[in-house]
Design a protein around this ligand. Structure first.
Ligand code: PLP
Length: 419
């Protein structure tokens, strides 16, 4: 079907994410991707500064992932994990367990980041039930945090993100506090733990970088503080590495980079190199042992239809091959250095509040962004795909981006803010 037909005929029937459908600018029709480029129906090529919501770490159409998925599709696209297993999810589980630090060694597969968070929360709550402690169903979570759009994930996200406030009444109420980054916030955090420890199952945090909440960075020492407090109060510590996992912050996982082992970790996004939907909730041995029993009701009663999907797991295994075989973390280091150098001049531009870089995440924070849609359109005019949100303009490029392509992204930011 030609572009005019599928676009015009379909647009009146799709409901787009995060969009006021009445006023949103018409989305750009894409016909192809290639490396770090998005190719539009009218022939324009955009350099991708977002990696499709932070997932396409190897760029698009990597031949190794494509071949693995094609092979798997010919053999078996999917069978349910109930009563059956197959090679790709077992191999992937083994490889993830080997790559993650400590005894994070039991992998539960699902199909999206939000669902993997739901599973982590459910796992932590049932951990206490199975150990005979009822009433520990609440969580400590952090201002600026974002864990997804399903209800349990929304409830542990900061209420001002994603308009979660609208759903007050529907959502369970948890303890949302400031990250303990200094003496005052640490005292407030400790006070909440003291007061509510008996009702808490655990705490959940995005380690090192709070992404959707504004690309805010914190130090590894904050994570050590959380680990220490969780141990002192006997709480489970959940790291949501859906954004930070697979090299984005400079280490393969933020937990390894910070030298902190959480009790549960969630992974998604770059797990399949941005090709197919897949997520994982990975538990440490002591968490899994709370479910190991002769009593059927102590099992984790969760089972997404597409858990361990063969195509997605084949893509993820191929993606891990690329991390082993190609110099991804060195590429992240080079991207960080180049972004730090090329975004630094933004500090002198009017309306710029902060410029910061961690791994392959470059951020220019403004005092405010008036018309985000107009700003996004200006980047398109510059031949780049950059999608500011809140008051930040950010880059999360594919790790394989060439220096001259990255320069085009940073130049576009300097030009658009400066003019
Ligand atoms: C840290 C974090 N957790 C959870 C999610 C939700 O993942 P998904 O969109 O796959 O449901 C996101 C998505 O941006 C995320 O950044």
């Amino acid at each position: 079907m030609d572009r005019k037909h599928w676009y015009d005929a379909g647009l009146g029937h799709i409901w787009l994410p995060y969009a006021q459908m009445k006023t949103v600018r018409p989305p750009l029709p894409v016909v192809r991707t290639e490396g770090c480029r998005i190719i539009l129906a009218d022939g324009r090529e955009l350099i991708d500064g977002v990696s499709s919501w932070w997932s396409a770490c190897h760029g698009y159409n990597h031949p190794h992932i494509r071949a693995a998925v094609e092979r798997q599709l010919a053999a078996m696209p999917h069978v349910m994990l109930g009563g059956l297993v197959h090679e790709e999810p077992l191999t992937l589980a083994r490889r993830l367990a080997a790559l993650l630090p400590g005894d994070l060694e039991r992998v539960f597969f699902s199909e999206s980041g939000s669902v993997s968070v739901e599973i982590a929360l459910k796992m932590a709550a049932q951990y206490w039930i199975n150990r005979g402690e009822r009433g520990r169903t609440n969580f400590v979570a952090f201002r600026g945090g974002y864990h997804g759009d399903t209800t349990a994930a929304m409830a542990v996200s900061a209420p001002d993100i994603g308009m979660h406030d609208l759903f007050r009444g529907l959502l369970p109420r948890h303890r949302i506090v400031d990250l303990p980054v200094d003496a005052a916030t640490t005292a407030a955090f400790e006070a909440v733990l003291e007061r509510h420890a008996g009702e808490l199952a655990g705490m959940i945090v995005e380690p090192l970088v709070q992404g959707a909440g504004g690309m805010r960075f914190h130090d590894p020492s904050v994570l050590h503080r959380l680990r220490e407090a969780a141990d002192r109060h006997g709480l489970l510590l959940i790291f949501d590495e859906i954004f930070t996992g697979f090299g984005r912050t400079g280490a393969l996982f933020a937990c390894a980079g910070a030298d902190v082992v959480p009790d549960i970790v969630t992974l998604s996004k770059a797990l399949t190199g941005g090709t197919l939907p897949l997520a994982a909730t990975v538990a440490r041995r002591h968490v899994f042992e709370a479910f190991w029993s002769d009593e059927p009701k102590k099992a984790l009663m969760h089972g997404p239809t597409y858990a361990g999907n063969a195509l997605a797991c084949a893509a993820a295994n191929a993606s891990l091959d690329l991390f082993a075989r190609e110099p991804r973390l060195a590429q992240v280091g080079a991207i960080a250095a180049q972004m730090a150098h090329e975004l630094a001049p933004c500090r002198a531009l009017p309306g710029v509040k902060d410029v910061r870089v961690r791994g392959a995440i470059g951020v220019v924070e403004l005092d405010r962004i008036g018309d985000r849609e107009a700003l996004r359109a200006r980047f398109i005019d510059e031949g780049v795909f950059i999608r500011p949100f809140g008051n930040v303009i950010y880059l999360t490029p594919p790790f394989v981006i060439a220096p001259d392509e990255l320069s085009r992204l940073t130049r576009a930011i300097r030009k658009v803010i400066g003019s």
